[in-house]
Design a protein around this ligand. Structure first.
Ligand code: AMP
Ligand code: ZN
Length: 463
């Protein structure tokens, strides 16, 4: 059997993957901070590590692989967004977590019935975080200053090893938050005080809340102990987030190895720049789905680029993916799969080379081996929802109509905000008359459509 190899970010070397215990292979991936819809960049690691999870389950057995991907539901961005929307933090995080699940399920990532997938929420693990912070203080790796607990980077000689930089190089290169109470500008927050209005938990240092980095150290320890196999996430997290996770975990549990293999996906870019909320150059997965682009098409575009390469999202790639998805769907309709082809597995075993796996599928299609094509496509998470594409094809909504619908929804939101319910209801009824249903949420209204509605497609009725 071919061995699995990965490029381990620890040393940038390709090496064979040897799990600590093949009967219990453990994968941890940093999950989303839940305050908004996931943008397309956020979906890239979700798909990349889904492919990895599928491969590990195939090689080691379904019940022998455990995957934990956290939900960050404590964060200053969450506090700010909830305040701006005048809703509770709990409402915001619950709702956006649900959106995340729905959007990722459309991309073929749906773990609702998977007993080996865990999705710990940070707020449920504050006691674990406090216990780690206390140990770090007791061991001299952390200190208390002005109600904050800070990790002392000088206390850990390997700090920076993952990204291969020394503390001094990092200070020179990073925008570090300067605070008078920090002994070293690179020291980072483990715990910080909360005001009355901010969420907080009681601790030996007063009421406060954890910093972001300690969340993953505590949750990975709670599920996997002091040594586990693979830690994944976007390359943008390598520094400082992953350096800090390593420092905390290794200082707290010096006899453990923490994560033995680190895998980082490269960024999804728009015009050469990382897609990110802060740059404003983003669109959400939901935006694309609402335009009638199917999850299979988005997934195929993602998998066609190796995870360690930056990727530009282009119309051209999307158009190509549409053609391929259509063709493969037609070819494999009603066909019985002959199982996962070895060529596809071998491609994935080579540092998760999903683009090579897709090339293999093209070759199977060209050869007319449609049973193997079906097996390979299913293994890669394609065509899991048989009628999704069909429905989208029947219900193709032109961009001009989507723009019109979206602009009516904006008008309606504005009308609701000044309590003009007559106009708001008129707009809702107008949309309903052609089969578009609105669902109001505190944050936004989402819409769905019924392609079987007698007036569906009569966009002129919206004018
Ligand atoms: P965040 O919610 O910003 O903490 O990000 C959640 C996940 O999305 C992390 O694993 C990030 O590394 C990843 N991520 C954010 N932006 C991008 C992007 N443009 N391309 C690929 N991954 C991204
Ligand atoms: Zn993390």
């Amino acid at each position: 059997m071919t061995a699995i190899t990965f490029t381990n970010s620890k040393n940038q070397q390709r090496c064979e993957f040897v799990p600590l215990n093949p009967g219990n292979v453990r994968l941890y991936v940093c999950g989303p901070t839940v305050y908004d819809r996931a943008h397309l960049g956020n979906a890239r690691p979700v798909v990349v590590f889904d492919v990895l999870y599928r491969l590990l389950k195939h090689v080691y057995g379904h019940e022998c692989v455990t995957y934990a991907r956290n939900i960050t539901d404590i964060d200053d961005k969450i506090i700010e967004r909830a305040a701006a929307l005048e809703i509770s933090i709990d409402r915001l995080t619950t709702m956006t977590t649900e959106w995340f699940h729905q959007d990722m399920a459309a991309l073929g990532v749906d773990y609702r019935d998977d007993p080996n997938f865990f999705e710990p929420r940070a707020t449920d693990f504050v006691a674990d975080m406090l216990s780690m912070i206390e140990q770090l203080v007791a061991k001299g790796h952390a200190y208390v200053a002005e109600g904050h607990v800070l990790f002392s980077v000088k206390s850990y000689s390997d700090y920076g090893a993952l990204s291969g930089r020394t503390v001094d190089e990092m200070i020179a290169g990073a925008r570090v938050e300067i605070a008078p109470y920090k002994r070293n500008p690179m020291d980072f927050v483990l715990w910080k005080p909360s005001t009355e209005e901010q969420p907080g938990w009681d601790s030996s240092w007063g009421r406060g809340r954890p910093g972001w980095h300690i969340e993953c150290s505590a949750m990975s320890y709670a599920f996997f102990g002091d040594s586990f196999d693979i830690h994944g996430g976007g390359g943008d997290l390598m520094f400082p987030h992953h350096e800090n996770e390593i420092a905390q975990s290794q200082c707290c549990h010096p006899n453990g190895e923490f994560a033995r293999y680190w895998l980082h996906n490269e960024m999804l870019r728009v015009d050469g720049k990382k897609m990110s909320k802060s740059l404003g150059n983003f669109f959400t997965v939901r935006d694309l789905l609402n335009q009638g682009i199917s999850g299979d098409e988005i997934r195929l575009v993602f998998m066609s680029t190796h995870y360690r390469k930056p990727m530009n999202w282009t119309e051209e790639k999307l158009e190509q993916a549409k053609v391929t998805v259509n063709k493969w769907r037609e070819l494999t309709a009603g066909v019985e799969s002959s199982g996962t082809p070895e060529t596809v597995l071998d491609a994935l075993k080579q540092d998760l080379n999903s683009s090579l796996a897709i090339t293999e599928l093209h070759q199977l299609a060209a050869k007319g081996d449609i049973e193997a094509l079906k097996g390979g496509a299913n293994f890669l998470g394609l065509f899991q929802t048989p009628d999704q594409k069909q429905k989208t094809a029947d219900a193709a909504i032109p961009i001009s109509a989507i723009n019109r619908i979206e602009s009516l929804i904006k008008q309606r939101t504005a009308a609701r905000s000044i309590s003009d319910y007559r106009l708001a209801d008129a707009i809702r009824d107008n949309l309903a008359s052609i089969g578009i249903t609105l669902t109001d949420d505190v944050v936004e209204s989402t819409w769905s459509y019924d392609p079987d509605h007698p007036n569906f497609g009569r966009w002129e009725l919206l004018d």
